[in-house]
Design a protein around this ligand. Structure first.
Ligand code: APR
Length: 240
């Protein structure tokens, strides 16, 4: 590191693409989740009010896949955890993913802005608890004991993403913003690059150009398991 130089504060944003090579589907690819079910049927508060069993079954199936189908963190998740562990400057990983693969890879300075499949929230006492495998059969809340009141702790369309204040603070002092495996179709996450542009270096790592690709200083296209470890190696070598 050059004498007197300060390592950049890094904010990394990830989306479904980083978990694709772990065997989880993305949302908007041709064979993605939103090609199989409609957002309006499973991912809005209105859908839950209209047909809670259908919504619970959708998230139960995704939770079971995560817990039982041998889904493991991949080289991209692991590289970000290693960067966090070794980085001498500020670091925050913000994920839109509701899977727990970043946490399982060892990431700790992590915000799951769209919630977590592994957790459930009680509509009666508002406790956030470890989710039972299935919510469709109306288990009792472990905190207050009322049955049938747990919903997935995930953010639906029309709801406010979690911890936006902490994310805003990290973006306001960020020098390097890296977006990985996200189509840039869903706000507020899709707006982060515009928020830091001009005062932070911005980099996109994605299989293909995202909707916001032209907003980034640099964009590299390819699979996350190749691009992310390569970038982490570069940034650590620059500041060793
Ligand atoms: N490596 C890197 N990127 C990949 C890979 C891969 N192996 N495979 C796919 N991608 C890219 C796709 O090209 C696409 O641009 O990942 C992106 C995934 O985009 P989306 O499916 O739209 O997922 P995401 O951006 O996370 O969606 C945002 O939308 O419906 C919601 O709440 C859901 O959090 C999600 C939000």
């Amino acid at each position: 590191m050059a004498p007197g130089a300060r390592p950049p504060n890094i904010v990394v944003l990830t989306g479904a693409g980083i978990s694709r090579e772990s065997g989880l589907h993305t949302f908007r690819d041709p064979e993605g989740i939103w090609a199989q079910v409609r957002i309006e049927d499973v991912a809005t508060p209105e859908a839950f009010a209209r047909d809670p069993a259908c919504v619970q079954a959708f998230y139960d199936a995704r939770r079971m896949q995560l817990r039982n189908a041998g889904v493991e963190p991949n080289a991209a998740h692991r590289a970000l955890a290693e960067l966090e562990a070794r980085w001498p400057g500020g670091f925050l990983l913000v994920t839109q993913n509701v899977d727990d693969l970043h946490g399982r890879a060892g990431s700790r300075r992590l915000i799951a802005m769209h919630g977590e499949l592994a957790k459930a929230r009680c509509l009666t006492c508002h406790a956030v608890v470890v989710s039972p495998d299935t919510l469709a059969d109306g288990p009792a809340c472990p905190a207050c004991g009322v049955p049938g009141r747990l919903r997935p702790h995930v953010v639906w369309f029309g709801e406010m993403p979690l911890e936006m204040e902490r994310i805003g603070e990290a973006l306001s002092v960020c020098d390097l913003f890296v977006s990985i495996g996200t189509s840039g179709a869903v706000y507020p996450a899709a707006g982060f690059v515009a928020e830091v542009r001009g005062r932070a270096e911005t980099l996109e790592l994605n299989l293909e150009p995202s909707e916001g690709t032209r907003l980034f200083d640099e964009a590299r296209h390819g699979p996350a398991t190749r691009l992310v470890p390569q970038w982490v190696g570069e940034v650590m070598a620059r500041w060793r």
